[in-house]
Design a protein around this ligand. Sequence first.
Ligand SMILES: [Zn+2]
Length: 232
Amino acid sequence: MPKAYLTIDDSPTPETKDLVNFLTARDIPAIIFVRGDLMEKNPHAIEYAIQKGFIIGNHSYSHKSAGEMKYQDWIDDLELCDNLIETAYQNCNLPRPKKLYRFPYIDRGDGQKNEQIDLATIKENDQTLPLQQYLHKHGFHQPFENMPPTYPNKAKDCLYTFTTRDWMLNKKHLGNHNIKTIDDLMARVDADKNLQDETYNHVIIMHDQLGLLDVSCALIDYFCEKGFIFQN
Ligand SMILES: [Zn+2]
């Protein structure tokens, strides 16, 4: 059985609670990467997820590309979101289990939007290294174990091995990309040879975006149908 970590980006939305309930009913753990600006609009959604045992990761405050920001602005933006996460855990009276960070668009500081390219090509450089050092110094790490050799294990941010491209079905993007239906998303799962490899664990990226709830639920059920085991 292939094992995978489920990671959900861009949370929260008014649908987050329903998504959390869906996952809870199936006993599926997930890391939910939140945007600070959206957390302010929906303060209780993330506290609800914390109470249900989900791990909350930092996905920046404003969801800007790190490569387009000055170093200090990137830090300020990350910390703004991190303070909201700390407060959410405090409001729940629960300790924050780990500090996790995922770059918006997987732009790790050099302007490469890695969400749309091959993970194996990711390399640290003069632009990404200072950000990696900041993450390391402040206790951020990636929590994934038994990753394939192509996965950059030394990276302090949370990368992925498979990105579902579910965002192509959100209201803003629907019809503008090669993926136009839930069937297209499922076909992408089937077509990915690496996903069939049971030697290593997988890290799957999905999104909690407005209007995507039905898509998310159908796709998660599809992964389960295919025998995937989601783990913490
Ligand atoms: Zn995002």
